[in-house]
Design a protein around this ligand. Sequence first.
Ligand SMILES: [Zn+2]
Length: 502
Amino acid sequence: MRSIPAAALAAMLFAASGPAAPQTGPPASTLIRHARLIDGSGTAARSADVRIAGDRVVAVGRLTPAADERVYDAAGLTLAPGFIDTHSHHDRGLDTAPDAPAMVSQGVTTIVVGQDGGGIDLAALFARLERQPAAVNVASYAGHGAIRDRVMGKDFARAATAAEIGRMLVLLKAEMDAGALGLSTGLEYDPGIYSTREEVLALAKVAASAGGGYASHIRSEDRWFWEALDELIAIGRHHRMPVHVSHIKLGMHDLWGQAARLLGVLDRARADGVQLTADIYPYTFWQSNLGVLYPKRNFADRAETDFVLSHVALADDILFNSFRAHPDYAGKTLAQVAALRGTAAAQTLMDLLAEPGGESAGIVARGMADADVERLIQWPFANVCSDGQSRGLHPRGFGAFARVVGPWVRDKRLFSLEEAVRKMSSLAAANAGLVKRGLIAPDYFADLVVFDPSTIADRADFGHAQDLAAGVRTVWVNGQIVFDTGKTAGVHPGRPLRRAAK
Ligand SMILES: [Zn+2]
């Protein structure tokens, strides 16, 4: 069926109601012409024009410009839905840098925050984003760790009582009412690591009842990986709710090469009816704190330390990102710091952890094998995320999306360009529970990116982690241009995205 273009409709209405008022503000619609359209569904690229009016896509096909319409010539470049980062820490600093260059320069138009058990007071967050919006849309999970902290405070290193769990359920219900996408946990971190399976299961039920999902940085990404994965799958099975493995990884040398086994576990769970998905970033390095290397927090244990440095991350592969007591260690490896201090790596690690703030020193560490990351990212239910932020040493915050849609399609040939885009748009939207985003189709929000598939690439790397990606020409958020030819536009049409009512 053919619909009347919005601009033509507006012209007809004006004609019927007397002389048109002098035009102020933006044109009624924009026609994006001569695009190579990849609509986000995974279907093959095709030549098409796209009309946007207000904050929506209103028509897709072979279209002719209306009289008062702005025309954007895509000149044969690829037009895709704006990318959705389902695991982001880019909310840090977004209030002071609302242009969000790390994101929009890669074509990212929506970020999902409140990850790893963080995320609380969402009503206030969303109200602030309405008063003081950013260039990108922001959705959020409610965080188990933040809720647990509110209830248990400093006395967190134990199982919660039934009464404490009851108070957590009430807090989570309020966050779900405020529009949280679901519950996030960070079970490898304080205070989530001390929760029982029963506590997490009880909280997940509140998210499920509200129509939300469960996204987890699982209890172990190394030593007890399989048990941790089982905990997540059991939650999905028990509550019949969507469950999502955050930044899935085989994060220990002993696990390297087991991607096929992992995919077997994931596929069997799905075949069993569990609504199981994952996100993943395209790097073999993770970023966290020093304490996370010791799940028992036994920092003075020599045997544990030797185990960490031979199985989890090598001294050459642990890079200091930030260390309040030793700012000069930033950018140095543990091996280099050990040489500087004249102590063996294991002793150095224990000494640093004995210092105030040692446990929370920021590190980047190589924990994964290239072949596993490349195999896991191809899983049809794995969408792309950054796990990134706008500061720090890890390049993922400025490069994850451009890396996958560029070099990992062109050079590594892991999947087609259409599949890469699907993993960043419609699949990401589905996995996070976002509606009317992630596809280019009438009535969908006009979050769009025009990029050159032959040049798009990440430029951020270790040592220059904040270099903007190349190859993205123009980005729209809710119908407005936020990035064009290398520059942010200084407009902030991003919105808080609350969970859709079911
Ligand atoms: Zn995490």
